[in-house]
Design a protein around this ligand. Structure first.
Ligand code: GDP
Length: 300
């Protein structure tokens, strides 16, 4: 799915409301700003961010002596782009000298396995040799589910039995990746985000095992968040994101929410890039996050 298709709900639930407001009120007065704030907060842009945004809008309206509400739309889309820090490079880091190792973390149900499957497919389409590591040995069914995605994408999965040590799975996976001349090794982890110290311990152990074999790895540690959970996704990211070695965020199920403004809130409140977004359940429904495509899809 393209950004345009994937963001249809947000376009309807958020951008069309702004357009309606502009048409209905025509004039920029106090009530206009209040309604605009409500719409933005309703789209999960986040209260702090909305306050700043509307403050800046007011300043610009005053400075440029804008009276017609219709002139606000392009200003609003530019401001959103700035808030999304449009110049960031959100592409995934690769290891120039060998195997690229990507680790995924995230609580159950956010779409971690699906995203791993989609990413494996994407790399495969690019002609790369991909291997998956079933490092979530904790959750029932996680290994089988990863195997289903492995089959779909046409890539092998390195696994042990349920309950085994994830670090041992990673060790096997790195060995296999070396033997098989793999380009990209994508690792699932249990995450256990319910408990921060467990997560850190488990991740540190995994890091040590991988780094012994590939010193520059992992090249990305991606934390998966479910966009439909709105502000909850943001709290999860805040709780675990910045100090756990996470290098980037993946926002899944953007197609399933009218509150796509959560991307803006996360960009504002987290010092981590949104690297990928999920726009559907199919293998192809994964996009590198691009702020300008995002904003264009909303307003165009
Ligand atoms: P995990 O427990 O984190 O591994 O989550 P799963 O990968 O099993 O995904 C949970 C559910 O979310 C599944 O039904 C997926 O099809 C669905 N899902 C994952 N990503 C997306 C997405 O980008 N869009 C939509 N609409 N559904 C998604």
């Amino acid at each position: 799915k393209s950004f345009r298709d994937g963001l249809e709900k947000t376009r309807k639930g958020f951008v069309e409301k702004v357009s309606d407001l502009i048409i209905r009120r025509k004039k920029i007065d106090e009530e206009f700003y209040e309604e605009l704030e409500e719409i933005l907060i309703g789209a999960d842009v986040g209260v702090n961010t909305v306050m700043t945004l509307v403050e800046e809008l007011r300043a610009e309206v005053k400075q440029k002596r804008i009276e017609d509400a219709a002139e606000l739309q392009p200003i609003l889309s530019r401001k959103l782009m700035e808030l999304l820090r449009g110049d960031d490079d959100n592409s995934l880091k690769e290891n120039p000298d060998g195997i690229t190792v990507i680790l995924f973390v995230g609580v159950n149900g956010v779409g971690k396995t699906t995203t791993i499957g989609k990413l494996a497919h994407r790399y495969k389409q690019e002609g790369k040799k991909v291997l998956l590591a079933a490092g979530d040995t904790f959750r029932a069914g996680a290994i089988e589910q990863l195997e289903v995605w492995g089959q779909r994408a046409g890539v092998d999965v390195i696994k042990q039995q349920a309950g085994s040590d994830p670090a041992a799975v990673m060790f096997d996976a790195v060995q296999a990746a070396k033997q098989r001349n793999v380009d990209v090794l994508i690792c699932d982890t249990a995450g256990r985000l319910q408990n921060k110290s467990n997560l850190m311990e488990e991740l540190n152990k995994i890091f040590r095992v991988i780094q012994r074999e590939i010193p520059s790895a992992p090249h990305e540690v991606l934390m998966v968040l479910d966009a439909t959970t709105g502000q909850n996704a943001l709290s999860q990211a805040k709780l675990f994101g910045e100090k756990s070695g996470v290098t980037g965020l993946v926002l899944t199920k953007l197609d399933g929410t009218a509150k796509g403004g959560i991307v803006v809130a996360i960009r504002q409140e987290m010092n981590l890039p949104v690297k990928l977004v999920g726009l559907g359940e199919k293998m192809e429904d994964l996009q590198t996050f691009d702020s300008s495509q995002f904003v264009h899809a909303l307003f165009a």
